[in-house]
Design a protein around this ligand. Structure first.
Ligand code: ZN
Length: 420
């Protein structure tokens, strides 16, 4: 799948510190990478509704991680997916009378436009589920072979004479299951029902066991599944396979919104472990939810603020990005229009401050921005450091240093992704 154009990332003098992030599994602040090449997987969109600010906040948070890693001297390999066939997409297409493929294509294109506008560095590996179907089939066959998956009779499948059922993972095969989210069973059952699982499905060995392969149903798209029969993949196995093939296992950071911690990341990590001798993601990092009027912003609630709508209204995408960066990525927060006004004012003051060729010495500001983003992506702290420099620049009391505004502008661009 095609990505979007990569923004130019300016080089900065020196190197940033080691990047540390909050690990959702242990609650600890840990080094985000283990080697000279940092590896990142961020779960992508299901393309049935355009990029809302929750998606944008997650994408920008992990983009800051990507930039901080590069600044610390690491090379980065970044993989992501598009869930371009899944129940919510098919339901939306049916409800609106649109072909599911054209709905997906339109939304994938809009997401790429939004990411380009927001200056997000594109993934090195970007795969749609439909592209990796044969690899998913082989993985599910391997799990069946290993006794880590089983078939469930599926009387409502299209009758092709094979009598094959849907395939589910047997979670008892993974002794580490539960370690990612660390939740009690009742909470896991409730979240599974709420977030795409099917604990009520008859015939499963355990209500939490996740779907690996869904046999073809009348009116649903389906593909050749080899010994699995025609059908389509479950959600979690898709990310396990794309991460394994795109990054290798184990990889450094599994990222996404906090609503993906369970069941999605618990299950995809479990699948990855069983596919590759116990290896999954080393660290799990989650971005908070963005709310509007007291509720989580989500497609199902219909209370979305879309990046494309703000852009259509003439909003500078850099102001949108600054409004997102003003919040700690892992906290939940509420969107309001005045945050955009504040971001617009901040952007204007920074642009004014870097417009001359002399300004206050930028050495300490560069160090402060670097230290802030490297310490669990503390972007509000980084913005304050730039605000401070900009205020001093506009005040004009300090002996001007030639080239200092350029250093600040490049630091803001390279580390925060904000083009001045
Ligand atoms: Zn995923």
């Amino acid at each position: 799948m095609l990505t979007w154009p990569a923004p130019h990332v300016p080089r900065l003098p020196g190197e940033g510190p080691v990047v540390r992030v909050h690990d959702s599994s242990t609650g600890l602040l840990v080094p985000a990478s283990s080697g000279p090449t940092a590896t990142l997987y961020v779960c992508g969109i299901t393309p049935y509704d355009a990029t809302h600010l929750g998606h944008a906040a997650t994408a920008v948070a992990f983009d800051v991680l990507n930039r901080a890693w590069r600044d610390s001297g690491l090379s980065v390999r970044f993989a992501s997916n598009v869930t371009d066939v899944d129940d919510p997409l098919l339901e939306r297409a049916a409800a609106t009378g649109v072909d599911w493929r054209s709905l997906a294509d339109d939304q994938i294109a809009l997401y790429a436009e939004d990411m380009t506008a927001l200056g997000v560095i594109p993934p090195d590996v970007y795969r749609g589920v439909v592209e990796v179907l044969p690899d998913v089939v082989v993985a599910v066959e391997a799990l069946l072979e290993a006794g880590a998956a089983y078939r469930v009779p599926t009387p409502d499948a299209v009758d092709d004479g094979t009598g094959l059922g849907d395939v589910y993972a047997d979670l008892t095969a993974d002794h580490d299951f539960g370690a990612v989210a660390g939740l009690d069973r009742d909470t896991m059952l409730a979240l599974s029902a709420e977030r795409g699982g099917d604990p009520e499905r008859p015939g499963k060995r355990d209500p939490l066991d996740p779907l690996l392969w869904r046999r073809e149903r009348a009116g649903e798209p389906a593909w050749d599944g080899g010994t699995l029969g025609r059908g389509r993949p479950g959600w979690h196995i898709e990310c396990a396979v794309i991460a394994r093939d795109g990054l290798g296992l184990p990889f450094d950071v599994q990222g996404g919104g906090s609503d993906l911690l369970f069941p999605h990341h618990e299950m995809s990590t479990s699948h990855a472990r069983l596919l590759d001798a116990g290896h999954g993601a080393r660290v799990h990092v989650h971005a908070g939810m963005v709310g509007l009027d007291g509720e989580k912003m989500s497609k199902s609630r219909g209370n979305l603020v879309l990046v494309s709508t703000l852009r259509d209204q003439g909003e500078d995408p850099m102001a949108i990005r600054l409004a997102l960066l003003a919040h700690r990525y892992r906290h939940d927060w509420e969107w309001s229009a005045d945050q955009l006004a504040q971001a617009r004012a901040r952007l204007a003051s920074w642009r004014r401050a870097v417009s001359g060729n002399g300004g206050p010495d930028a050495t300490a500001t560069l160090s402060a921005v670097r230290a802030a983003v490297a310490e669990d992506l503390d972007t509000p702290m980084a913005l304050h450091a730039v605000d401070d420099w900009a205020a001093r620049a506009v005040h004009g009391a300090e002996e001007p240093v030639e080239g200092a505004p350029g250093v600040v502008a490049r630091a803001v661009d390279a580390l925060l992704g904000v083009r001045l």
